[in-house]
Design a protein around this ligand. Structure first.
Ligand SMILES: *Cc1c(COP(=O)(O)O)cnc(C)c1O
Length: 372
C-alpha cells in the first residue's frame, strides 16, 4: 500500500463557489486569485475548472508562465508587477497585465520599448500601507504611465487592497473606500474618461457591494473557506474544495499513565485505544495544533493527542473503540471546516491550505464520489 495521504480537490465545489461569487457581484468581472499554486489546490487544474473567470491573478512571472505553458490563454494579472526590469520582456511577450506600485517600476516602464500593448494596474495605497502610491502621489504617476506609447489609455486601471474587510464592522473599510473613490474620480475628471477599478477581495465581495466596482478579486472564497474572522456567521453557502484525507496506520491499546509522542505531552487518563494517522507537519498539518484538535475517523470526531510529528499524528479513539488500521481519516475539508482547525492552531485557513506540501498528492474529483 502506498502512503494513504492525499488532498482530494472537489472541482464541482470550486465551480459552485465561483457561482456564489458571480451571484454576489453580478455586475463586476471576476479576477480569480490563483497565486501560491491556487492556495495549495494546484494552479493549472484550478484555472481550467474556472474557465469562466474573466482573468486570473498570480504573484509572479513564474506562476503566470506555468499557466501559459499549460495553454491557459485568459488574461493574467501580476499582483506585484515585475520584480526587475529584465522581467518586462517576458511579461509582455506572454501578455501579462502588470500592477505598478513603486517609482522604480515606473522608471523601468519608461525606459522599456515595445510594439505590443500592455495593460497596467496602478496600485493605490488607501490604508493597507503595504504596496502602492499614496493618493497624492498617484495622479502624476497615472499621467506618466498614460504617456507610454504601449499603454493605450484604455490600458490603465486602478487597484487598491483592503486591510480589514474580514472584520465586518471595522470602519477602516469605509475609510479606504472613500479614499479610493475620491482619488479615482478626480483622475477620471482630469482625463474626461472613466477608468476601470478594482478593490474587493473575497471578504468585501461577500459583505460590501459598495466595493465591487468593475473587477472583484476573490481568492479564499473560491476554495470554500470563509474570508471573515471567526465568529462572523454569515452562511455564505461556500463548499470546501480541499479535503485532506489519510488513514489509520496503527491502533494501540494503551494503559493509564502511558504518554504519547515527542515530549510525552499527553498522558492516557485511563486504558484506551489510540490511533496513528499518516500525516504530519512535513505534509503541512500544523505542528501547533494542540491536543483536542478535532480529526474525523470514519466520519466521527477523534481528538488529536500529543505532539504532531513530521509524518504522523495520534488520535484518541475512546469514542470509537471499533476503529481499526486502514480506516479513513479526514484532517480538514468536507465535514470538518479548515477554519476551525486553523483557529485551534492559532492561524487562518489560508495558511493551512497554502502549506500543504508538495509531497501530498492532489487528487482531482469532477463528479462526487468518482476520481477525475
Ligand atoms: C491575495 C489577494 C487577493 C485575494 O484575497 P482573498 O482574501 O483570498 O480573497 C486579492 N487581491 C490581492 C491584491 C491579493 O494579494
Amino acid at each position: 500500500m502506498t502512503r494513504p495521504l492525499r488532498a482530494r480537490i472537489d472541482l464541482q465545489a470550486l465551480a459552485h463557489n465561483f457561482s456564489v461569487a458571480r451571484n454576489a457581484a453580478p455586475n463586476s468581472r471576476i479576477m480569480a486569485v490563483i497565486k501560491a499554486n491556487a492556495y495549495g489546490h494546484g494552479a493549472v487544474p484550478v484555472s481550467r475548472a474556472l474557465a469562466n473567470a474573466d482573468a486570473y491573478a498570480v504573484a509572479s512571472v513564474e506562476e503566470a508562465m506555468q499557466l501559459r505553458e499549460a495553454g491557459i490563454r485568459q488574461d493574467i494579472v501580476l499582483l506585484e508587477g515585475v520584480f526587475e526590469p529584465a522581467e518586462l520582456e517576458l511579461a509582455v511577450t506572454h501578455q501579462l497585465q502588470l500592477v505598478v506600485h513603486t517609482p522604480e517600476q515606473v522608471r523601468w516602464l519608461e525606459t522599456f520599448r515595445s510594439d505590443a500593448s500592455v495593460r497596467l494596474w496602478l496600485k493605490l495605497n488607501t490604508g493597507m500601507n503595504r504596496l502602492g502610491f499614496s493618493p497624492r502621489d498617484a495622479l502624476p504617476v497615472w499621467q506618466r504611465l498614460q504617456r507610454l506609447s504601449y499603454v493605450k489609455s484604455a490600458g490603465l486601471r486602478w487597484m487598491s487592497h483592503l486591510a480589514c474587510a474580514d472584520e465586518y464592522h471595522n470602519p477602516a473599510t469605509s475609510r479606504q473606500l472613500n479614499s479610493f473613490v475620491e482619488t479615482v474620480q478626480f483622475a477620471d475628471s482630469l482625463q474626461g474618461a472613466r477608468a476601470e477599478r478594482s478593490l474587493a477581495n473575497s471578504a468585501a465581495l461577500l459583505t460590501r457591494p459598495d466595493t465591487h466596482f468593475d473587477w472583484v478579486r476573490p481568492g479564499i472564497m473560491l476554495y470554500g473557506v470563509s474570508p471573515m474572522v471567526p465568529g462572523y456567521e454569515a452562511g455564505f453557502n461556500l463548499r470546501p474544495v480541499m479535503t485532506l484525507e489519510s488513514r489509520l496506520i496503527a491502533v494501540h491499546e494503551l494503559q493509564k499513565g502511558d504518554a504519547i509522542g515527542y515530549g510525552q505531552t499527553w498522558t492516557c487518563p485511563e486504558a484506551m485505544p489510540v490511533g496513528v494517522v499518516a500525516i504530519g507537519y512535513g505534509d503541512g498539518y500544523p505542528r501547533h495544533a494542540p491536543s483536542g484538535t478535532p480529526v474525523l475517523v470514519n466520519g466521527n470526531t477523534a481528538p488529536l493527542v500529543g505532539r504532531v510529528s513530521m509524518d504522523m499524528l495520534c488520535v484518541d479513539l475512546r469514542g470509537q473503540p471499533e476503529a481499526k488500521c486502514g480506516d479513513p481519516v479526514v484532517l480538514w475539508g468536507e465535514g470538518l471546516p479548515v477554519e476551525g482547525i486553523a483557529e485551534r492552531a492559532g492561524t487562518i485557513g489560508y495558511e493551512l491550505l497554502c502549506g500543504v506540501s508538495a509531497r501530498v498528492p492532489r487528487f482531482y474529483q469532477t463528479v462526487p464520489g468518482r476520481p477525475a
